[in-house]
Write a new protein. Structure first.
Length: 267
């Protein structure tokens, strides 16, 4: 049960411990704020399905998101046999269509208590408000403000709201930090093009590579430092190096790929 009080999704056993049915109700809180008027399942929710099946995650070697998932969809999750070093392959399908796939590693140590240090928001960076730069609405919007910005890098303060649908017991899976970093990247993109095309544009997280978590969970409601640095790509695809936490204490680190659409929050 999520903090929002309704079931985000149901993972149903099929009699085969490597195959599961994932039901995502049309009313799932996973769609709340992602995006207003254009409900799309967040990319990190695909990892939530896998985590429910295998347990807390320590790393994501790869995640490729191929097709959007809409309210009311039902998916089939298939897990590969665990490799000797703990990595597990998975794929999610809607009928015959591959929706996503990847390789993850279960956390062998279980619940460890590391969390990002608290950060302070700067007095002002003379930037537009976050809601004018991001298409996300509450509770999907995680970024609270920018701490520093250059053409290629942004550092933000973010938190995971207690009402976020993946929060349970005042904590969320560490991979939710990937979504916070993706939002920071979206703000950087919006700032870089604000003279030519101001305002938020809907973008998708389409890939994650070599993401690692020093703890399986992040505390809800605590400000954390989130960094996204542009590494390359060819518009509308961009690649960012991301981190959550201080430089000497990163709880989440890896790289992401994002794809910018032409759609705005309001259509």
């Amino acid at each position: 049960m999520s903090a929002a009080g309704s079931t985000p999704f149901r993972l149903l056993e099929t009699g085969d411990d490597r195959r599961f049915r994932v039901e995502i109700p049309a009313s799932s809180p996973l769609f709340a704020g992602h995006f207003p008027g254009h409900p799309i399942l967040p990319g990190i929710a695909h990892l939530a399905f896998v985590e429910r099946a295998v347990g807390p995650l320590a790393a994501v070697r790869s995640l490729k998101l191929r097709r959007p998932v809409l309210p009311g969809d039902a998916l089939d999750l298939t897990l590969g046999a665990p490799e000797e070093d703990g990595w597990v392959r998975f794929d999610l399908r809607r009928g015959d269509d591959l929706v996503s796939g990847g390789v993850v590693r279960r956390d062998p140590l279980g619940d460890r208590g590391l969390e990002p240090a608290l950060v302070d928001l700067p007095p002002s960076l003379d930037l537009p408000p976050v809601e004018a730069l991001l298409p996300h609405g509450p509770p999907a919007r995680l970024v609270r403000g920018a701490l520093s910005v250059s053409e290629e890098e942004i550092v933000c303060a973010a938190d995971i709201p207690p009402l976020h649908p993946l929060v349970e017991g005042n904590r969320a899976p560490a991979f939710v930090g990937i979504e916070a970093a993706a939002q920071a990247a979206a703000i950087l993109e919006a700032l870089n093009r604000r003279r030519e095309a101001p305002g938020p544009r809907i973008g998708y997280l389409v890939g994650v590579r070599e993401a690692r978590f020093t703890a399986p969970f992040l505390a809800a409601g605590r400000l954390m430092r989130v960094t996204a640095r542009l590494q390359g790509g060819a518009f509308p695809l961009s690649i960012y190096q991301i981190a959550v936490g201080d430089l000497d204490r990163e709880t989440v680190a890896g790289s992401i790929s994002t794809f910018l659409t032409g759609a705005t929050r309001d259509g």
